[in-house]
Design a protein around this ligand. Structure first.
Ligand SMILES: NC(=O)c1ccc[n+]([C@@H]2O[C@H](COP(=O)([O-])OP(=O)(O)OC[C@H]3O[C@@H](n4cnc5c(N)ncnc54)[C@H](OP(=O)(O)O)[C@@H]3O)[C@@H](O)[C@H]2O)c1
Length: 248
């Protein structure tokens, strides 16, 4: 049994990570800025981090300023690592994204810089492909329009439970630096994913593949965010759609 701090434990990935680690018998602390959180803390300012890290063996760092495109992520990661050093250097596993070094997208640049900090600390980095929930959020938004625009790119969506399982393995058996990338079980065309969602909600609207200008979109079109050699073997998009409360 380990004492593990999960940052971002209220987030899409952090929730299943914290739940899985607890179910495996670990003593799990979740870090959140929300008032009333068992371990309230703000990575961006460093507030609450010393108490949250006190006595922990491992940290799974899932927190990210995703809404702000990573605006505070570098300061947050530095604050976490400084606090970790004061707490006796617990092992840290950091979640990143496949292709951050190949796709010129500002949020990915931040992730890559954060990877560098984690690597210098001696932590482990797991890059994953896009979560099912992330694709679902995009499909949901697009399906509100009379024609459903879908990025004309391949995607390899993955279940957050499958990512959580790999993170739990890396907590148990840490590897230095980058672990093998982790992708979903199948590479699909994003417009097909959106069509499956449309059918699931009973809409008859047409899905329209959309191409955008720019180097980042070109890199996505080229599949730089995919890792076909590292398929999870886990939950497919169709199973996810079948099992999720997919309200409009
Ligand atoms: N979305 C994808 O498809 C995808 C794919 C591969 C990798 N990733 C990576 O996976 C990680 C998790 O993503 P996600 O989609 O689960 O994110 P999310 O749902 O947006 O959750 C973000 C989490 O970060 C916490 N957080 C943000 N700023 C914080 C701060 N200053 N102090 C403390 N906590 C803070 C939030 O907690 P509170 O608001 O409760 O404080 C929340 O729990 C990210 O690093 C992301 O880059 C995502």
């Amino acid at each position: 049994m380990k004492r593990i701090l999960v940052t971002g434990s209220t987030g899409t990935l952090g929730r299943p990570v914290a739940a899985l680690l607890a179910s495996l018998g670990h003593d799990v602390r979740g870090l959140s800025r929300r008032p009333g959180a068992a371990h309230q803390g703000d990575l961006a300012t460093g507030a609450g981090l010393d108490a949250a890290l006190d006595g922990v063996d491992s940290v799974v760092h899932c927190a990210s300023d995703t809404r702000g495109f990573g605006r505070t992520d570098i300061a947050a990661t530095r604050n976490l690592l400084d606090a970790a050093a004061r707490a006796g250097n617990p092992h840290i596993v950091f979640v990143s994204i496949v292709g951050v070094d190949r796709i010129p997208y500002p949020y990915y640049r931040v992730k890559l810089d954060a990877e560098g900090l984690i690597e210098a600390y001696g932590g482990t980095i797991l890059r994953a492909t896009q979560f099912h929930e992330f694709v679902l959020a995009g499909a949901r938004l697009a399906a509100r329009l009379p024609l459903i625009p879908a990025p004309d790119v391949p995607v390899q969506p993955i279940s957050t439970r499958d990512v959580a399982a790999r993170l739990a393995e890396l907590v148990d058996r840490p590897v230095p630096g980058r672990a093998d990338d982790l992708g979903g079980p199948e590479v699909l065309h994003a417009p097909d994913l959106f069509r499956a969602y449309r059918d699931r909600i009973g809409s008859r609207r047409r899905v329209v593949p959309v191409r955008l200008p720019g180097a980042a979109f070109r890199a996505f079109r080229n599949g730089e965010h995919l890792t076909p050699a590292h398929r999870s073997g886990g939950e497919r998009w169709s199973d996810f759609l079948g099992g999720t409360a997919v309200e409009r």
